[in-house]
Structures are given as structure tokens and as C-alpha cells.
Design a protein around this ligand. Structure first.
Ligand SMILES: Cc1cc2nc3c(=O)[nH]c(=O)nc-3n(C[C@H](O)[C@H](O)[C@H](O)COP(=O)(O)OP(=O)(O)OC[C@H]3O[C@@H](n4cnc5c(N)ncnc54)[C@H](O)[C@@H]3O)c2cc1C
Length: 394
């Protein structure tokens, strides 16, 4: 029996015992994790069976077709897309045991405490301090643009532990309980009127050394694993043809012949081709991941392309809609659990798309990554690379 046939048999056996129609959603998801059918490429005991990642898609489809509940992937994108692969790569056995199951089932939602005022693109300049006190770390500082912090139970956090070392070397990675006293989450309202993200203030927050991920001072390397996965999570998901923004605009075009002009036609055709090239590239990237290779700079290229096309299409949609396109809700502040990009109106989409070229690394920075690591062009001059962090001008 091939691995694929064996996996199909396991899914059928699981469904025979756990009927999604009669099993409560959480219990069903926990049982699926325990059966190794959550992330099939993860190790046995951690939601997987150690199988090739390429088999995951079929397992997900079989369960979805049987009416299985999902684990709220859009609400827990940071947990599933970024925290999980990083904990798997760098966590101790005890950390994997503690965190991966409730993360996968959606019982625990995660957010990402990376960006700071003054340390966004240059994340390695971050100034949030973590000072060791016995078996704990005492953390002080401010984070910003923290998506979903209002819903999160846990955060991935990078903090400075060695100010005497150069900026990339003095950072440590923590798993931070968001319920800890001293953590204050304040909403930040975006151009759409919604507050998806927050400022997070950390004042004498105590984190057990048990929740340090990896070695002290190795946080930069670990954060890079998270960031590479983030770009893939944002821009590298394989999708069906005419999914997302291109589908919305193409439908608009088909349904409203009165809105067509030769110029808009030309723009739509160009963007349709670009969207299709991006989609095929994302399939190629997924195939690379399926063979066990780590996401590399092509994740940056995907994210870059996604942001550019999304902004161009949301602008084209407004032009197609004419005066109607300018209508935009009532700007009531809401605290969404997830980014409702496609279900909102065109005006909302246009405004929200502005963030696509900033979130998860700005387009300028991603172009630098592609220039250096794909095209082999000379690196940006980095005058502060070898200076101790405490001597940097801030
Ligand atoms: C919707 C949204 C959600 C977000 N969610 C999160 C989150 O959950 N957690 C989190 O930690 N962060 C989050 N962020 C933050 C995001 O990662 C940062 O905003 C981003 O990394 C840019 O940092 P900055 O805002 O400090 O801009 P800066 O780094 O100050 O950059 C300002 C401008 O200068 C350009 N620039 C800077 N350096 C260079 C260079 N070397 N070469 C060329 N151009 C350069 C940038 O590209 C940009 O255009 C989110 C942002 C958005 C918009």
C-alpha cells in the first residue's frame, strides 16, 4: 500500500469513528490531531505521521468533503502559519507538547509581537528588553501593529537580552502568555475604520524561562524562520483560478458590459495574466515545500506580487464601479477577528489593500531581499552591523 492509500484508509477509519455530524467540533479536532491527521508532515505525537507534506492537501479535502469543522485558519493565521512551524523547528519536546495541539485546534489564538516604533523594517534594532530574574524574564517595552492581539492567548515575542552584543546577536525569542499582568492592548484604528491591530505595552511582564524558544541570543535566526513562513502564509497559498480579487473584478466585468472601456479592458487583461502567473508560481512554491524544502526568498517574491496585484485590482474595481465605487460603509469602529477582505464592499477593499504592501515586510524590503538573494546584486551597505546595539543611534 502506498503512503497515499494508507493515509486515505486512516481518514476513512477516523471518519467511521468520529462522525462530524454527531461529534462536537472541538472534540473532533482534538481527535483528528491525536490521530496524526492534523499536519501529516509533523512528527508522530505532534499532530502528524511524519509523511510528505504533499499529502496534506488531500487529507484536508477529504475531511472538508465529509463536513469536518475547520480550525479557524483565518482567525489563527499567525498561530498556524508562523508560530507552529517555528515551535516545531526550535521548540523543546515539552514546548511542542504544550503548544501545538491547542494551537492547531483553535483553542489558543496567537499574535506576533515583533514590530516596534523604530524597529519595523529594521526589526533587529528592536529595543524591548528582557532581563533574566531567576527562572523568569522581566520584559519591558512597546510593540505596535499587533494584529489580533485583542483575541490572542499567546504571542511570539522577540526581545533584547544582550544590549552589549551587536544588534542581530543580542535578541532572544519567547512564547508570551497574553494574559500576564503588565500587558496592555490598545486598539489602533486603520484607514478602513476597523481596528484589526493594536499597540501592546509590556510593563514588568514576567515570562518563565520555560517559554524561551531556542538559545538565548539566537532569536534573530529563529525570527527569520517565522518571517519566511509569514511571507508564504500571506502570499504563497495555492488558490483556484480566478480566486480572490481577480475573480471579483473579472465577474464585475462580465456582469456589467456597460462599464467596459478599451482602456479598462486592457488593464484587466494585463492583471488577469499577472494574477494567473502568480497563481502558478504559488503552486510551484507549494510543490517545493511539499518536497520538504524550507521557504526561501521566492516567498518574498510571492508576497511582493500579491501586494502589487491586490492594490492594482482594487483600484481597477473602483474605476469600473464609477461613482458607486466611492460608497463606503459608515466607518463604525469594529474589532474584527479576521480580515474580511473579499466579503466587504469595493471601497473597503481599496482602503484595506493599502496595507498589503506594508504588512509582513514592506515591498521595498522584499525587493531588497530578491535583489540580494535571488539576483545576487550587491548587498545594501550595513554600517551598524558589527556595532554593539547599545551604541546604535536610535
Ligand atoms: C495591516 C498590518 C498588520 C500588521 N501586523 C503585524 C503583526 O501582527 N505583528 C507585527 O509584529 N507587525 C505587524 N505589522 C507591522 C509590519 O510588519 C511593519 O509595519 C513593517 O515591517 C514596516 O515597518 P515600519 O512600519 O516600522 O516602517 P519603516 O521600517 O519605518 O519603513 C518606512 C518606509 O521606509 C522603507 N524602508 C525602510 N528601510 C528601507 C531600506 N533599507 N530600503 C528601502 N526602503 C526602506 C519601507 O519599505 C517603508 O516604505 C503589520 C502591519 C500592517 C500594515
Amino acid at each position: 500500500m502506498t503512503a497515499q492509500e494508507e493515509l486515505r484508509r486512516r481518514v476513512a477509519d477516523f471518519l467511521a469513528v468520529h462522525d462530524p455530524r454527531s461529534t462536537p467540533a472541538l472534540g473532533w479536532l482534538q481527535a483528528r490531531y491525536d490521530a496524526g491527521l492534523a499536519w501529516v508532515h509533523f512528527p508522530v505525537g505532534h499532530g502528524g505521521l511524519g509523511l510528505p507534506r504533499s499529502l496534506q492537501g488531500e487529507v484536508d479535502e477529504l475531511f472538508a468533503a465529509a463536513g469536518g469543522p475547520d480550525n479557524r485558519p483565518r482567525v489563527n493565521m499567525i498561530g498556524l502559519g508562523m508560530a507552529a512551524p517555528t515551535i516545531l523547528a526550535f521548540g523543546t519536546e515539552a514546548q511542542k507538547k504544550r503548544f501545538l495541539r491547542p494551537l492547531w485546534t483553535g483553542e489558543e489564538i496567537w499574535c506576533q509581537l515583533f514590530s516596534e516604533p523604530g524597529a519595523g523594517s529594521d526589526l533587529a534594532a528592536l529595543g524591548t528588553r528582557a532581563v533574566r530574574d531567576g527562572d523568569e524574564w522581566v520584559v519591558n517595552g512597546q510593540k505596535v501593529w499587533t494584529s489580533g492581539a485583542q483575541n490572542a492567548q499567546w504571542a511570539i515575542l522577540v526581545a533584547r537580552t544582550d544590549p552589549d552584543r551587536r544588534k542581530h546577536a543580542g535578541i532572544t525569542y519567547f512564547l508570551c502568555p497574553m494574559s500576564e499582568p503588565g500587558i496592555e492592548v490598545r486598539p489602533l484604528r486603520q484607514i478602513t475604520g476597523e481596528a484589526e491591530f493594536n499597540e501592546v505595552f509590556l510593563t514588568d511582564v514576567r515570562i518563565s524561562d520555560e517559554w524561551r524558544l531556542g538559545e538565548q541570543g539566537n532569536g534573530w535566526r529563529i525570527a527569520n524562520t517565522t518571517l519566511n513562513n509569514e511571507r508564504v502564509a500571506i502570499g504563497g497559498r495555492p488558490v483556484p483560478r480566478e480566486d480572490g480579487m481577480i475573480g471579483i473584478v473579472a465577474r464585475n466585468w462580465r456582469e456589467h458590459p456597460e462599464r467596459r472601456t478599451p482602456d479598462l479592458h486592457h488593464q484587466l487583461m494585463e492583471l488577469w495574466v499577472e494574477a494567473e502567473v502568480a497563481r502558478l508560481t504559488s503552486i510551484r512554491l507549494a510543490q517545493k515545500l511539499a518536497t520538504g524544502q524550507e521557504p526561501g526568498p521566492e516567498g518574498s517574491a510571492m508576497k511582493l506580487t500579491f501586494a502589487r496585484i491586490s492594490q492594482a485590482l482594487s483600484g481597477l474595481e473602483l474605476e469600473l464601479n464609477g461613482a458607486d465605487g466611492l460608497r463606503y460603509g459608515d466607518w463604525t469602529m469594529t474589532r474584527p477577528e479576521e480580515v474580511h477582505f473579499l466579503s466587504k464592499d469595493a471601497g473597503h477593499r481599496y482602503l484595506r489593500a493599502k496595507g498589503n504592501s506594508i504588512e509582513g515586510g514592506t515591498s521595498e524590503i522584499l525587493k531588497n531581499v530578491v535583489a540580494e538573494r535571488v539576483l545576487g546584486l550587491p548587498a545594501e551597505p550595513r554600517f551598524d552591523k558589527d556595532l554593539p546595539w547599545k551604541e546604535l543611534q536610535r
